[in-house]
Ligand binder design. Structure first.
Ligand SMILES: Nc1ncnc2c1ncn2[C@@H]1O[C@H](COP(=O)(O)OP(=O)(O)OP(=O)(O)O)[C@@H](O)[C@H]1O
Ligand SMILES: [Mg+2]
Length: 274
């Protein structure tokens, strides 16, 4: 395996997850990637909703290959990555792709080597997960450095968010979570949701919940989805776009963690799948 230490650089890996489905993860990941890109960062989105290709459909990008082809050894990472808007890159999922948690040894090495020998520049790896507490989700969440838990103000959404957090803490020792409240009426409602979640998780004393911000409910998001465009591009002047830009800026402001090479992410991913 070719590891060139000079090539190693700081890469932030952020997993976007939720307990309940349909709370906005894919839309948020797409617009957050663009917001980070506009702040000068090179972003790769990993579509970890492996059974369904989500991100590339949302952004109206055709995928010739998907992560399955990469894992089969049929193609190189640079051939699988597709160009999204503004130069972001997407590692697409696809129908019927074997779950990553069931990778055999060869596939794990293949994935490691694919990222290790990738010569493109990556600052951020955003992982768009499927909903729920599947092994796949917990695996990607524990492999990433940062976790964004998305919830809406609906009790079903924040109760499921609580369960996801609880599983990640009790079974995977994750203890730091960034919470993003989507589809809120206003900031006060989002703050209330965060308070409720905090009250529920306070029983696990060593958990730290951080309020990352909120996005308002905005009918235009549906129009953007239908137009297969990220809302930040379709409606850049909407308040929701201002909010996602603020969240991107906040993420950039955060101090860097000690562990942080791309190899850390992949190394961690390999270790957790053994
Ligand atoms: N802030 C918002 N305002 C209004 N509608 C929204 C908002 N965010 C998301 N939606 C709506 O919710 C739908 C689902 O969003 P999205 O696909 O991003 O959710 P998801 O969490 O990725 O779903 P899944 O769990 O199935 O992967 C969108 O198609 C859009 O119609
Ligand atoms: Mg999704």
């Amino acid at each position: 395996m070719s590891t060139n230490p000079e090539k190693k650089k700081y890469v932030r890996t952020i997993a976007v997850a939720s307990g309940k489905g349909g709370v906005g993860k894919t839309n948020i990941t797409a617009s957050l990637a663009i917001a980070l890109r506009k702040l000068g960062k090179n972003v790769v989105i990993v579509d970890a909703d492996l059974g369904l290709s989500n991100i590339n459909i949302l952004l109206n990008k055709q995928a010739k290959y998907n992560i399955g082809h990469l894992l089969n050894g049929a193609v190189e990472l640079r051939d699988v990555l597709i160009d999204g808007p503004h130069g972001i890159k997407i590692l697409p999922a696809g129908e019927g792709v074997q779950e990553l948690t069931r990778l055999d040894e060869f596939q794990r090495i293949r994935l490691l080597d694919a990222f290790d020998s990738y010569d493109g520049d990556i600052d951020f790896l955003l992982i768009d997960n499927s909903a729920g507490i599947s092994e796949n989700v917990t695996f990607f969440c524990s492999a990433a450095q940062d976790l964004i838990i998305v919830t809406t103000p609906e009790p079903t959404a924040w109760v499921d968010a609580y369960h996801l957090i609880k599983v990640l803490f009790t079974e995977y020792q994750e203890n730091k979570f960034h919470v993003l409240v989507n589809s809120a009426k206003d900031e006060a409602e989002a703050a209330e949701v965060f308070k409720t979640l905090t009250r529920a998780t306070d029983r696990f004393l060593s958990i730290s919940l951080d309020y990352l911000g909120y996005l308002p409910y905005d009918e235009d998001v549906k129009l953007a989805v239908r137009a297969q465009t990220a809302f930040i591009d379709r409606f850049p002047r909407n308040f929701i776009s201002k909010c996602i830009n603020e969240i991107a800026a906040k993420i950039l402001d955060r101090p860097e963690k000690v562990k942080g090479t791309l190899q850390f992410f992949i190394g961690n991913l390999i270790a957790k799948s053994l």
